[in-house]
Design a protein around this ligand. Structure first.
Ligand code: FES
Length: 153
């Protein structure tokens, strides 16, 4: 077991366990579109980014995808800094340009105060949010029958 400090609170986690499930266990609301416990983490949507640092890093911070970053002792994690919220707003703004009619995107974007894209909307909006879940689960079941043009894991 390792000890993390998440938004100022000490939390125990299994060493090597990815941060996102730890945050979810702690009931911290982290947006994620491409994560599902049935498949390996993919890191595609970038919405689950968090800021990390360690005491010995002398103030240096890093933004990492929490679904792909393993828990390690002494890690200090912030989940809702101004920079992270701005990053998530930008990503959701881009998603709204690609798939403006997708309810999940509309709901998440609205949670972050984004109701309309500030980017040029794609000519033919698509419902596919490129989370890769359908292709990864298809692969996991041993079929490999569909592709979204995404790298396979
Ligand atoms: S849930 Fe981590 S990048 Fe999508």
């Amino acid at each position: 077991m390792v000890t993390l400090r998440i938004n100022g609170k000490l939390v125990r986690a299994k060493e090597g366990e990815m941060l996102l499930p730890v945050l979810q266990r702690e009931k911290i609301d982290i947006p994620s579109l491409c994560h599902h416990e049935a498949v390996e983490p993919y890191g595609g949507c970038r919405l689950c980014m968090v800021e990390i640092t360690k005491q010995e890093w002398n103030g240096r911070q890093n933004m990492v995808t929490s679904c792909l970053y393993p828990a390690e002792d002494g890690l200090i994690i912030q989940t809702h800094t101004t920079a992270l919220i701005e990053l998530r707003r930008t990503i959701l703004d881009l998603y709204l340009a690609r798939c403006p009619d997708t309810p999940e995107i509309q709901k998440l974007a609205a949670q972050y105060g984004v109701f309309q894209t500030s980017y040029e909307q794609v000519a033919k909006p698509d419902d596919c949010i490129l989370c890769g879940l359908c292709t990864r689960i298809c692969d996991r079941m041993g079929f490999g029958a569909i592709s979204a043009g995404l790298p396979r894991r």
